[in-house]
Design a protein around this ligand. Structure first.
Ligand code: ASP
Length: 361
């Protein structure tokens, strides 16, 4: 049974020793256990080494040649690579998985090609409302923000919620007041605009029969997402996860999706796995996708890859589209999705970095 977020298995040598000892007669058991080599704990000894790893995503969707020009594909791949490198560099220098997640996501928030930070989609009212969350797998501490309109890097503000307040989720103006206190960069809301997103909003507006606002079906028809996320494993064996988004295109002002909800779009627990999701948030909220994956690892003994694949299948059964990136404490990566593509990349120590969009490429 798992007893805490950072539970470690009994060292193999001593378990084996006790099993061998069990084969001996009862009176000898205790003595044999005591004679077997036991793990030594020295206060000064360095922490145990773990493989370092990072996985990122830039959203899942029905990505095709008609929606992704070669130039845009190259720009997306380059941004994913830059984000991977930013996070991996921190891990290589012995930094924390939380820092790697925050750094990788901040790079993608600054890229106009993804629906987070600059390049965020428009609400039906022609505004931007940004959501983000971050979670520490070692302590289960978490922070999140929703519907912020002026914070350049919402993921950094989510981290401040976690570290500076007793709360997990702050919204709107209250969240922005914290950003000011923490000295985070605030920008004019127009900073998040890009010509492509504005054109998509104007097209939607001209097609929508006023005064009706788009319902979930209209939003789903957009078909392409672009939320960003990262999960990382540091040298100390600690996992972290984070997600940042502009939400769904044409959403009603005030709508909050899965990305800032701990357990839906983001979850991390050292003893199971770290998860960041992307897709139609309403479905991910209803299935509590990120926590559900962690819970299946914990209670059903599934691998993180098996658990993630099963839960993404269930998202599909409900009619939802999207995917997740998953990493466990052994550095094993899974990236299941039920759309035609998901922008994603990973780098695991000792192996070359990988960036993919479709199922194979
Ligand atoms: N999950 C995000 C939301 O529902 C959108 C996305 O991943 O594209 O807000």
């Amino acid at each position: 049974m798992l007893t805490g977020p950072g539970r470690r298995d009994t060292p193999r040598r001593s378990r084996l020793g006790c099993r061998l000892a069990g084969a001996l007669s009862g009176g000898l058991t205790l003595a044999a256990c005591l004679l077997m080599p036991q793990p030594q704990v020295h206060p000064q000894s360095p922490p145990p080494a773990h493989p370092i790893a990072i996985v990122i995503h830039g959203g899942a969707g029905n990505i095709s040649r008609s929606t992704l020009s070669p130039e845009k594909e190259a720009a997306c791949r380059a941004a994913l690579r830059e984000a991977l490198d930013a996070g991996y560099r921190i891990l290589q220098q012995g930094g924390a998985s939380l820092d790697a997640v925050e750094a990788a996501i901040a790079v993608l928030e600054d890229s106009p090609w993804f629906n987070a930070g600059k390049g965020a989609v428009f609400t039906s009212a022609g505004t931007h409302e940004l959501d983000a969350s971050i979670m520490d797998g070692a302590t289960l501490r978490a922070g999140a923000v929703a519907a912020v309109r002026r914070v350049r890097h919402p993921i950094r503000l989510a981290r401040q919620v976690m570290e500076r307040t007793p709360h997990v989720l702050l919204v709107g103006e209250g969240a922005e007041a914290l950003a000011r206190e923490a000295g985070l960069e605030l920008v004019d809301p127009a900073w998040f605009d890009t010509p492509e997103r504005r054109a998509a909003w104007e097209k939607r507006r001209s097609q929508a029969p006023a005064p009706n606002e788009p319902g979930p079906a209209d939003v789903a028809a957009e078909g392409k997402h672009g939320t960003v996320g990262a999960v990382a494993l540091d040298r100390h064996g600690h996992l972290a996860a984070g997600t940042s988004t502009g939400g769904l295109s044409g959403k009603r002002p005030g709508r909050v999706g899965d990305s800032p909800l701990i357990g839906a779009g983001t979850y991390a627990r050292d003893a199971t796995c770290a998860v960041s999701a992307t897709g139609q948030g309403e479905f991910f909220i209803r299935l509590a996708v990120a926590h559900e994956i962690s819970a299946r690892v914990e209670h059903r003994g599934l691998s993180a890859a098996e658990a993630a694949a099963a839960v993404i299948r269930e998202v599909g059964w409900l009619g939802g589209e999207g995917g997740v990136i998953v990493l466990d404490a052994r550095g094993r990566v899974a990236t299941p999705f039920n759309t035609t593509g998901m922008f994603r990349g990973w780098r695991v120590e000792g192996r070359a970095p990988v960036v993919r969009i479709g199922p194979e490429d």
